[in-house]
Design a protein. Structure first.
Length: 358
């Protein structure tokens, strides 16, 4: 990225050579992102974030057939989809938010029952950002295709951690974000299948072949492309590297804190995520002490970190429980070491015990 922040700072949409020579790095990045998810180069649109990608995809599907006023989503979506559908509901759209079970799993039968001839789009995530639980996306895509309904998938958490081949899975729109792949913050991408209808969400210049106005963030896009290529190289060994460490962290915390419990299905989830409830301990207090011990964890999505609201994801899974206010999410990466797992276990046991005694 560094050359595009210093010497190569031209505008790629300009006609002079200093700017137009940046078109090649942009197209290289487009190819790198496309290769990671089994797409063609022309199906990739660069955006400023996955939030923008999510909003754009839903907007495109709704614009394709304005007479259809029904959207199907889930009760555990990321705020980028959840809050957008709340906004659309105020405009008169009918929103069906599918429930999940105690393990965070979605029922295909519930989805099938929810869709109607008035359904314009189904918007469901691939992997939950708080629990890592996976939805049956290939089956969802097939169901939507059979019923002639556009399907948008928020795949931010899944891309780079799971194999994704959009040549085989008939998703119409798929969102991803650079910073979830180890790339820079403030840049994302939207996959738009060649046959899917599209209407720009941001109107402006002719950038991205008229699909997204705004001067291109060249350094960010190059960083996303590089991150996508590296993620593709590491993908074959990612789960085998990360999951044993995740399982060790989880099993040791559950063994040494018997009252604790896992939130989310034991196996149908990402290999790097564990979400645990520590009964009787408020998440905020536990996270503060963990932070003081050098352990970065969260009580949900970073996008909601400033909110006092409990986790809507865990609340949907366990509505009669206080778990949504007493949960902590730990996320691991390829660089996580066994020593860091030991430190996290030690800090977790110590801080939880301290709070239980207070």
């Amino acid at each position: 990225m560094q050359p595009f922040l210093t010497d190569r700072w031209g505008n790629p949409s300009s006609t002079y050579a200093f700017g137009s020579q940046l078109k090649a790095p942009l197209e290289q990045a487009r190819g790198q992102v496309a290769a990671l998810i089994g797409a063609s180069v022309r199906e990739i649109v660069f955006t400023g974030s996955a939030t923008e990608s999510n909003n754009t995809a839903i907007h495109a599907a709704l614009s394709a057939d304005p007479a259809k006023r029904h959207i199907v989503t889930s009760a555990v979506e990321h705020s980028a989809v959840l809050n957008h559908t709340v906004f659309l509901e105020k405009l008169g759209y009918r929103i069906t938010r599918l429930p999940v079970d105690r393990d965070g799993l979605l029922s295909l039968a519930d989805l099938a029952a929810a869709t109607t001839p008035d359904t314009a789009v189904v918007s469901l995530m691939w992997a939950n950002n708080e629990t890592g639980v996976l939805f049956p996306v290939p089956e969802i895509a097939d169901l939507c295709r059979e019923r002639g309904i556009r399907f948008h998938c928020d795949a931010v958490q899944a891309v780079g951690k799971l194999p994704i081949d959009l040549k085989r899975v008939p998703i119409d729109y798929l969102s991803l974000s650079a910073h979830k792949l180890g790339g820079p913050k403030g840049v994302g991408a939207l996959f738009v299948r060649k046959a899917a209808p599209f209407a720009p969400y941001l109107h402006g210049g002719h950038q991205e072949r008229g699909r997204r106005g705004g001067t291109e963030n060249v350094a960010g896009i190059v960083g996303l492309g590089c991150a996508a290529e590296l993620a593709g190289r590491e993908l074959p060994t990612y789960a085998a590297t990360v999951q044993p460490l995740r399982d060790r962290l989880e099993s040791e915390l559950l063994a040494r804190l018997p009252a604790a419990e896992r939130n989310g299905h034991a196996t149908q989830r990402l290999p790097n995520t564990t979400n645990l409830t520590f009964p009787g301990i408020e998440s905020e207090a536990l996270l503060l002490l963990l932070d003081q011990a050098g352990i970065c964890a969260s009580a949900g999505s970073a996008c909601l970190a400033d909110s006092d609201e409990p986790s809507h994801v865990v609340r949907a899974m366990k509505p009669a429980s206080a778990a949504s206010r007493q949960m902590v999410r730990f996320s691991l990466g390829r660089e996580t070491t066994p020593a860091e797992i030991d430190a996290a276990v030690s800090a977790g046991v110590t801080t939880a015990g301290r709070l239980q005694r207070s």
